[in-house]
Ligand binder design. Structure first.
Ligand SMILES: NC(=O)c1ccc[n+]([C@@H]2O[C@H](COP(=O)([O-])OP(=O)(O)OC[C@H]3O[C@@H](n4cnc5c(N)ncnc54)[C@H](OP(=O)(O)O)[C@@H]3O)[C@@H](O)[C@H]2O)c1
Length: 187
């Protein structure tokens, strides 16, 4: 089973402003030519299930439309979440470890999982359970925000061991976005 992430970051490595705002990303998406989605639809079609952090779930709930159709979504939260009535068929909540989650997905025949949310991705990385990550870099510095990777000196020891990657794809577009697909290497 493959665990994959697909995100956009600012040039300085943030996935959202400190309050979770994605206005810079929405503005950037306005630069895309008609029909261009930087590979998102193809990626989305290749996954069986999404696993996202509670904070990403709350952000997505604020969108005008639920973007994941009937695909199953597991929201990670230790405290639990309120699932709106119209999403109860597809959304569930879990506080299982990455290892337990992956064992369950594999047992139910799932082949590819879409992981979303910075903290959530770091948890899977620390457990050695992220296989690949697609990062679309938006040409803007937003200076402060929620990081994809925690690079502060205070970062917890959980990700202390080095994680090596190999780049398997790299693209750039005339509207200024670049995209890299990275696979984690066995430790
Ligand atoms: N730019 C992009 O492409 C992109 C993509 C995704 C998200 N985002 C943005 O990123 C922000 C959210 O990212 P984030 O890093 O702050 O948080 P996140 O990963 O979405 O959510 C963190 C929360 O998930 C739960 N969680 C994470 N790992 C867990 C585990 N192993 N077991 C149980 N619960 C776990 C915890 O919830 P509890 O506190 O409830 O226990 C934790 O507080 C949002 O603003 C979102 O819009 C941007």
């Amino acid at each position: 089973m493959q665990v994959s992430a697909f995100l956009a970051t600012s040039l300085d490595g943030f996935i959202a402003r400190p309050n979770g705002d994605l206005d810079w990303l929405e503005r950037a998406n306005g630069l895309l030519p008609e029909g261009e989605d930087c590979g998102y639809a193809r990626f989305f079609a290749s996954v069986d299930c999404l696993v996202m952090g509670r904070k990403t779930f709350e952000k997505v709930l604020s969108f005008a439309q639920w973007p994941y159709a009937q695909k199953p979504v597991v929201v990670l939260s230790r405290a639990g979440i309120e699932i709106p009535q119209h999403l109860r068929d597809t959304v569930s909540c879990s506080s299982d470890s990455p290892k337990q989650l992956c064992a369950g997905f594999a047992a139910s025949g799932m082949k590819r999982i879409y992981l979303d949310g910075g903290q959530t991705i770091r948890t899977f990385l620390a457990a050695g359970l992220l296989n690949d990550i697609t990062i679309t870099r938006i040409p803007v510095l937003i200076h402060r925000g929620i990081p994809l990777f925690d690079t502060t000196l205070e970062a917890s020891g959980s990700t202390a061991s080095d994680v090596w990657f190999e780049m398997v794809e790299s693209r750039f577009w005339p509207f200024g976005f670049t995209q890299e697909v990275w696979k984690t290497k066995q430790r």
